[in-house]
Design a binder for this molecule. Structure first.
Ligand SMILES: Cc1cc2nc3c(=O)[nH]c(=O)nc-3n(C[C@H](O)[C@H](O)[C@H](O)COP(=O)(O)OP(=O)(O)OC[C@H]3O[C@@H](n4cnc5c(N)ncnc54)[C@H](O)[C@@H]3O)c2cc1C
Length: 467
C-alpha cells in the first residue's frame, strides 16, 4: 500500500529523532477540548526546512496526505489528522533566525511559539504586537496559517498585517523562499497572502519575516461598566478621538460570561463593587511616558458625564492590569464546564455590533425561549464570540438537531443582514467547512478551489479542511 511504503520511507528518512511515538504522540492527535481525534497515523517532526521539504516531496510521490500542526491550539479542528494523514509538527523548527531593530523586523522559524517571538522582539527593544490567549503554546506557523487576530488588532492589525514575507514548502516539496522583508513590493500577485489564513491547505509554512513596532513606554488598563453595547460603541469612539488613537484593545463582555468566570475559574473577582449588564476592558498605550494617565482619566470623566460608563477601575499596577486581563483570557475555559452550547465567532462592521447583538438575541429567544446567551470579544474589531447555552434547568430540547439548526440560522441570518462574517478569527477547518460552502458566493468558492487545484493538484495538503 502507498501509505505503508510512504511511512516506511519517512521512518528511514527521519530516524527516531524525527518521529514522535509512544505517549508523546497522543496529545498531538487530539484537539485540546476533545472535539476531534485523529485517526492513527505517523507523526513526523522534521528538524530543518530541507528535511521538511523532503518529507513533503516523499508524501507527494506516494500520494499520501499531510496535516501540518503548530501548537495544536486551533479551535476549528484544522490541525487534527482525522483521516489518518501524516501529522507534520513544526515543533523542532524553533529558532529565531534574526531580529533587525533598524528594519523593525524579525525572521523566525514556523515552530517558534508566539510568546518566544514576543520575547525576542522585547529583548531588542521592539514590540511584536500579536497577542492571543494561547500565546504560550501556539506557534508562528499556526498564527500565520490561521491569520490569528487577538486583542491588539484594533491598533496593529491581525497576522495578515504583520507578515512581511514567508518561506513555504509547496505541495510538491519545492521550497519557496519569500522571506524578503520589504514594506513595498508591487511585482505581481502578493503570493504570501494565499498561505496566510490558508490553514495548511496550500503548503507548509516553515519561516516568517514579521513586522515589529516601537515598544510602548506606558500602558493604562481600564475595566469599565457600561449600560449597553451601544454605549460601549460610543465610548470606543470617544476614547479613540480624545486619545489620538492610543486605544490598543477594546474588549466587550456581558455580565453572563463574567459570572461564569467567577464561578468556574479560581481566584477571580469582580474589579467593581456592584454588578452591571455589560463591561469593557480597554487598554491604551503610548510611546511617551507620563502622558497616558491624565488623558485616560479625562476620557473616563467625559464618558461618565455622557452616560457612556457607570463605573470604572483603572489598573493601579501591572499586577492589577494582569488580573483584569486574566478575566478576559479565562472566558474560553470558563465555558467548558457549562455543558452543551452553540458557539459562534462572528464579525460585523464595528458600528453594527449593538444591532447584531439585538438581532441575534431576538432570533435565538424566538427559536429557543430561555436560552442563555453569552457574548464577549474584540468589539474594537467588530468581532464577537457569541455562545448560546441551554435554558437554566432544562437542556433536553436544546440538544436536538432541529433547535441547534434554528439557533445557527438565527445567528447567521443576523450576520447576513449586517454583511458580516460567520468566522471572524478562528478560521474554517472542520467546524465551519459546510457553512462557508453554503454561505460564500459561488464565484468565491470557485476561485478558492481553482487556487487549491493550481498549487496542490494531488490534493495532499490538509484535505477535508476548509474547502
Ligand atoms: C485559550 C485560547 C485563546 C485563543 N484566542 C484566540 C484569539 O484571540 N484570536 C485568534 O485568532 N485565535 C485564538 N485562538 C485560536 C488559536 O490559538 C489560533 O488559531 C492559533 O493561531 C493557532 O496556532 P497553532 O500554532 O496552535 O496552530 P494549530 O492549532 O496547530 O493549527 C491551526 C491550523 O493551522 C495549520 N498550521 C499550523 N502550523 C502550520 C504551518 N507551519 N504551516 C501550514 N499550516 C499550519 C494547521 O494545519 C491548522 O489548520 C485561541 C485558542 C485558545 C486555546
Amino acid at each position: 500500500m502507498a501509505k505503508d511504503a510512504a511511512f516506511a520511507a519517512l521512518r528511514e528518512l527521519l530516524g527516531p529523532k524525527g518521529l514522535i511515538e509512544g505517549e508523546d504522540r497522543a496529545p498531538l492527535l487530539k484537539e485540546w477540548r476533545g472535539r476531534w481525534t485523529g485517526a492513527p497515523s505517523i507523526v513526523v517532526a522534521p528538524g530543518s526546512v530541507a528535511e521538511t521539504a523532503r518529507v513533503v516531496a516523499l508524501c507527494a510521490e506516494h500520494g499520501v496526505a499531510i496535516t501540518p500542526q503548530g501548537g495544536n491550539t486551533g479551535l476549528v479542528g484544522g490541525q487534527i489528522p482525522t483521516n489518518g494523514e501524516v501529522l507534520l509538527t513544526l515543533r523542532r523548527l524553533n529558532r529565531i533566525r534574526e531580529v533587525s531593530p533598524l528594519d523593525y523586523s524579525m525572521t523566525a522559524d514556523a515552530g517558534v511559539t508566539l510568546l518566544d517571538a514576543q520575547k525576542a522582539a522585547d529583548a531588542a527593544d521592539r514590540l511584536f504586537p500579536l497577542s492571543i490567549g494561547s500565546e504560550g503554546s501556539c506557534q508562528i506557523g499556526g498564527v500565520v496559517s490561521t491569520n490569528a487576530g487577538g486583542v491588539n488588532v484594533l491598533r496593529y492589525g491581525n497576522a495578515r498585517d504583520l507578515v512581511l514575507g514567508l518561506e513555504v514548502v509547496l505541495p510538491n516539496g519545492e521550497i519557496w523562499n519569500g522571506l524578503k522583508r520589504l514594506r513595498k513590493d508591487n511585482t505581481g500577485y502578493d503570493l504570501k497572502q494565499l498561505f496566510i489564513g490558508g490553514e495548511g491547505t496550500l503548503g507548509v509554512v516553515t519561516g516568517a519575516a514579521l513586522k515589529l513596532f516601537p515598544r510602548p513606554r506606558e500602558r493604562t488598563t481600564v475595566f469599565a461598566a457600561v449600560p449597553s453595547p451601544a454605549k460601549a460603541l460610543a465610548l470606543l469612539s470617544r476614547a479613540q478621538d480624545e486619545s489620538g488613537g492610543a486605544v490598543t484593545s477594546f474588549e466587550l463582555m456581558s455580565r453572563a460570561i463574567l459570572t461564569l468566570v467567577f464561578k468556574n475559574i479560581p481566584e477571580t473577582r469582580d474589579p467593581l463593587s456592584a454588578p452591571h449588564p455589560w463591561y469593557v476592558l480597554a487598554e491604551f498605550s503610548s510611546g511617551e511616558a507620563g502622558r497616558l494617565a491624565p488623558m485616560v482619566e479625562r476620557v473616563l470623566g467625559d464618558a461618565l458625564a455622557a452616560g457612556e460608563i457607570v463605573d470604572a477601575a483603572i489598573a493601579a499596577s501591572d499586577r492589577q492590569a494582569a488580573d483584569f486581563w486574566r478575566l478576559r483570557h479565562s472566558m474560553a475555559a470558563a465555558m467548558l464546564p457549562e455543558g452543551a452550547q452553540a458557539k459562534f465567532d462572528v464579525s460585523v462592521p464595528v458600528a453594527s455590533v449593538p444591532a447584531f447583538l439585538d438581532d441575534a438575541d431576538a432570533g435565538v429567544e424566538a427559536c429557543c425561549p430561555g436560552a442563555r446567551v453569552v457574548a464577549f470579544g474584540h468589539m474594537g474589531d467588530g468581532n464577537i464570540h457569541y455562545d448560546v447555552l441551554a435554558p437554566e434547568g432544562g437542556g433536553a430540547a436544546f440538544k436536538s438537531a432541529a433547535v441547534g439548526a434554528a439557533i445557527e440560522r438565527a445567528v447567521y441570518d443576523a450576520i447576513d443582514r449586517l454583511q458580516g462574517s460567520i468566522s471572524a478569527e478562528h478560521g474554517v477547518g472542520l467546524a465551519r467547512r459546510e457553512d462557508i460552502a453554503r454561505r460564500k458566493q459561488p464565484a468565491e468558492i470557485a476561485m478558492m478551489r481553482a487556487v487549491k487545484k493550481a498549487l496542490d493538484p494531488k490534493g495532499i495538503m490538509n484535505p477535508g479542511k476548509m474547502l
